[in-house]
Structure formats: structure tokens, C-alpha cells
Design a protein around this ligand. Structure first.
Ligand code: ASP
Length: 351
């Protein structure tokens, strides 16, 4: 696939709906990597290969798909080496780890979420309790922590030594107008780049043989974010959406762009109109890209989005697909036979 030229991009963006863009200029999009139907299916972001394995194991044993995906992402939440989710996540600008998570269950169309939750390693489990044991959908900050405590969650310091050291380097290198001194600012900024520009988060979606759909999204959000910042992950319709009559969708990447377009709600609506999961992810991504064009600070020198984002989807038939804003990303999928990584489709090819 060729990269979209600025002229083409401008031509295709303005005044066209994403649907017309897709049908008229299908060749703009990378890959067609989607699938045929599967009785059972679990799909996750690229960092979720252990989650898809675990979730499929539970589903095969007759476990509930929501319990299955939560058990899957718990592996990553509890992993100190994953610096973008749960324990070990890179902290906010004050050095405190704040977590966001959401769950949604198809058969009852119920959802639960927590945002800016501190001190609890597995926010996805708290999100499920918000769904099951409260009359609310979203609890934040101190209230979410009190709710977790009431349910017996153990409080722990989520800041690992590795994450603290990364944060300290960032704090020292950020400004030459304060009293925090950095030994070698240039070198340190280069070391920090992967954390500043890297999006993490895990999303995991599942369908079992009885057609039950469920999903979870969990993250520590952006490295060095302003305390209290909430991304798309815990917002139903942005980071996660499930409609048991149609399908499920999740997202990772630049949360602010997705929050403004309700991306996963759109992915599911496109699937409801008959588009495949992969096409639906691409169409929702086109909307994100089109809206980003209205904000120059979100564009690169070619007039294209200067951020990454991915959508993942599975429909009622067990077909699945994923798409990124840019090429070069993988997602994890277990189709009931095999657990593997696959290339995401994409809107734009990286140079
Ligand atoms: N979407 C997440 C957020 O905005 C970040 C990520 O996926 O890395 O918090």
C-alpha cells in the first residue's frame, strides 16, 4: 500500500463521510487481515498475547468471557515489566501511578469503570465490581479507591524502582529553569523518548460459543500525565464498547483523539451496518484522522495525524480484525485453534 499523499488526504478528508472514503478509495487502506467466523475468539492489543492465551483457556473450560478477558489482562496488570499497564506503569508528573480501566458485558449491556485509581494493581477487577456491586458505571480517584478498599482490595505502592528512575530522569531533564539537575540531559531525553512517545494499554475482547461477548481495557495512561488526567480507556464508547447483538470493540493509543470521536461506539455501529470488523476499525479510524485535521498541532509535516491509535473488533459471528492509524503494528488473537500475532490493517504507511 502506498502512503496517502497530502493532496489525496485533503481530497479524501473534507466533506466526505468515512463510509464514502472507504468505498471509493479502498486502496488507501493497508492490508485486509480480517478473518472468517470463529465459534470462539479472543482478540487483544499486541501486548496481550498472554491474555488471549489465558482467556481462551478459560472460555474453553466453560468460563464466562468477561471473567476470561479480565483474567487475561490481570497477567499484564500484575507484570512489573509492562510499563504501560497496572503495577509498574509509568507514573504521572508527580511520580504517582494512576490507573484507568473499563469492562463491558454483552448479555446485560452493563458496564463498569474506574479512573485515576491509585494503589490497586488490578483496576480491571475493580471495574467489574463497579458494574456488579454498584448502581454506577464510573468511579474516579479517591471514591474509586474507597470502593476498592470496601471490597477488600489490598493497597500497594504501584511505583516500581524502574518506573521511579524513569520518572526522576524525566523530572530532571524537563526544564533548565528549576532546581532539578540532570547529569546529561540530551542522553537522558533520548532514553526517555520511548516512554514519552509510546502508547501502551491492553484491550481484550472475547466471544464464546454461545455468542456471549465481553471486553476489558486497562492502562496506566500517558507517562508523566497531569494528575487526574483520564484517557479513553475507562470511557464506555471510547476505550471499549460491546453490543451483544452486533460485536465488541476496544482501543489503544492517543486517548484524547478517541475521546472526541467515541471510536469504539462507532466501530460497533459500523459492524451493525454490515461492515467487517476490520473495515469498521478502518472507518472509525478515518473519522479520528479527519477530525484531527481540524487541529494543526495534531498533524505532521505531511498534514497527517502525528499520533498512533488502534482499534480492535470482533463481531457476533466471531470474525475479528484490527486497524491502526499507521502501519507496523500487531495485535494478538486466539481463534480457538491458534494463538498468534497478526498485522493490523492501517490508514497510513509509515515512511
Ligand atoms: N489510550 C490510552 C490513554 O489515552 C493510552 C494508550 O493506549 O497507551 O490513556
Amino acid at each position: 500500500m502506498t502512503r496517502v499523499s497530502r493532496r489525496n488526504f485533503l481530497k479524501t478528508g473534507m466533506g466526505l463521510t468515512a463510509a464514502s472514503v472507504l468505498s471509493k478509495e479502498k486502496n488507501l487502506f493497508g492490508g485486509v487481515q480480517g478473518s472468517t467466523g470463529n465459534d470462539m475468539c479472543v482478540i487483544a492489543s499486541g501486548n496481550g498475547i498472554r491474555a488471549t492465551e489465558k482467556a481462551m483457556e478459560i472460555i474453553r473450560q466453560g468460563g464466562d468471557p468477561l471473567d476470561a478477558v479480565i483474567a487475561g489482562v490481570n497477567i499484564v496488570e500484575e507484570d512489573p515489566n509492562d510499563t504501560s499497564v497496572g503495577y509498574g506503569g509509568i507514573p504521572n508528573e508527580e511520580g504517582v501511578v494512576e490507573l484507568d480501566a473499563s469492562v463491558m458485558y454483552g448479555p446485560t449491556h452493563q458496564a463498569g469503570a474506574v479512573a485515576s485509581l491509585r494503589n490497586i494493581k488490578t483496576p480491571s477487577k475493580v471495574a467489574k465490581l463497579v458494574m456488579e456491586r454498584s448502581g454506577h458505571v464510573l468511579l474516579v480517584g479517591e471514591g474509586a479507591l474507597k470502593f476498592a478498599r470496601a471490597h477488600g482490595f489490598k493497597e500497594e505502592d504501584l511505583l516500581t524502582e524502574k518506573a521511579r528512575e524513569i520518572w526522576l530522569k524525566w523530572k530532571e531533564a524537563m526544564s533548565d529553569k528549576d532546581y532539578w539537575l540532570s547529569p546529561d540531559e540530551k542522553k537522558i531525553m533520548a532514553e526517555l523518548r520511548p516512554y514519552i512517545e509510546h502508547y501502551g494499554t491492553i484491550n481484550c475482547l472475547a466471544k464464546n460459543g454461545a455468542g456471549v461477548l465481553a471486553g476489558v481495557t486497562t492502562t496506566s495512561g500517558y507517562a508523566f500525565k497531569i494528575p487526574g488526567r483520564v484517557g479513553d480507556s475507562p470511557i464506555i464508547g471510547a476505550g471499549l464498547y460491546v453490543d451483544n447483538a452486533i460485536g465488541a470493540a476496544g482501543s489503544t493509543g492517543f486517548g484524547e483523539a478517541n475521546l472526541r470521536t467515541c471510536g469504539t461506539f462507532q466501530v460497533v455501529q459500523f459492524m451493525g451496518q454490515g461492515f467487517s470488523p476490520e473495515e469498521s476499525c478502518l472507518k472509525a479510524m478515518q473519522v479520528v484522522a479527519d477530525k484531527a485535521r481540524l487541529q494543526p498541532r495534531l498533524l505532521n509535516e505531511d498534514g497527517l495525524p502525528n499520533f498512533g491509535h488502534s482499534f480492535y473488533a470482533v463481531n457476533k459471528k466471531g470474525e475479528y480484525g484490527a486497524a491502526g492509524m499507521w502501519s507496523g503494528h500487531r495485535y494478538a488473537v486466539h481463534d480457538g485453534k491458534e494463538n498468534k500475532h497478526k498485522e493490523e490493517a492501517y490508514l497510513y504507511k509509515r515512511k
